[in-house]
Design a protein around this ligand. Structure first.
Ligand code: MG
Length: 287
């Protein structure tokens, strides 16, 4: 009888493991079915091209990244190419105060709080963040960034996710004193180098459930999942496109979690988004 009981217990344990595995596996399968691909924009042999990341190699693509690009036979080791910011958007839109953990007692915004950053503020992985003269309170903001895949105008919440090409990581650098005192966030949020982006775009993952982490000099500073966004990805896209038409390659920084701290010259900032990898930039003085 005891043997039967222990055998039943073993069966139960085994069944639990199988059930747990079943819980984990379908997510992966679904992601594969939806087409998980990794794309980079690279500089190689004096040219700038889009490429598909295949393990430790990159395969150059011909044509438009957002319209059935064609794989070529030109393949390079990742170590031999320079990764650039993965897109060159016409618009960089950002959402403020989009995590409860970032509000710090402030009220929830009644609508998504949008602002604009200049495309000229984008830098790629490995590039320096240049701290302009007088920027004495410059903070990191680790964020999930959406990359739009097709023209989006007055998109419904139900259709919104089909306009997302993929996701990447971003750092929404913010000079807090300028943010508090200037008429607009012109320099506080959009000075040159204030929008690091990359290192790659990943497609076919659920943008509403990705871990976002920030490390400064290796020390964990922010860690939260995009499932905690106050306005989720569909709501953001639907809201933005009521007012602004989005084009392929446009990007939306979706908001930063928790608290932020000032950066010093020489600080190494890593923004990591699950499945995307690590976006690393170093702060340098611009004066
Ligand atoms: Mg932000």
């Amino acid at each position: 009888m005891r043997n039967v009981k222990s055998s039943s217990l073993l069966t139960l344990v085994a069944a639990s493991i199988v059930a747990l595995s079943a819980c984990l596996v379908p997510g992966e399968l679904r992601a594969q079915e939806r087409g998980v691909h990794r794309y980079a924009r690279i500089a190689v042999n004096g040219r700038v091209v889009y490429a598909q990341v295949e393990g430790s190699q990159v395969r150059e693509l011909d044509g438009d990244l957002f319209n059935a690009p064609r794989p070529t036979e030109r393949v390079h080791d990742l170590a031999e190419v320079k990764l650039l910011a993965p897109v060159t958007p016409s618009k960089v839109i950002a959402v403020g105060r989009n995590f409860e953990s970032h509000l710090q007692g402030r009220p929830r915004p009644p609508e998504p709080g949008l602002f604009a950053k200049f495309p000229s503020s984008i830098v790629g992985p490995g590039d320096d963040i240049i701290r302009p003269e007088g920027a004495t309170n410059l903070h990191y903001e680790g964020e999930l960034v959406l990359v739009i895949g097709r023209r989006a105008h007055q998109v419904s919440r139900e259709d919104a996710l089909s306009y997302v090409f993929g996701v990447t990581a971003g750092n929404d650098l913010s000079e807090r004193d300028w943010q508090a005192n200037d008429l607009q966030w012109f320099r506080a949020k959009a000075s040159d180098t204030f929008s690091p982006l990359g290192p790659i775009i990943v497609t076919g993952v659920d943008p509403d459930d990705l871990l976002i982490e920030t490390r400064v000099n290796g020390e964990l500073r922010q860690s939260e999942r995009s499932s905690d966004l106050i306005y989720d990805v569909a709501e953001i896209i639907s809201y933005v496109t009521r007012y602004v038409t989005l084009e392929p390659g446009d990007v939306i920084y979706t908001g930063t979690p928790q608290t932020t701290m000032p950066l010093d010259d020489g600080d190494v900032v890593d923004i990591e988004v699950e499945h995307v990898g690590v976006l690393r930039n170093t702060v340098r003085s611009g004066s």
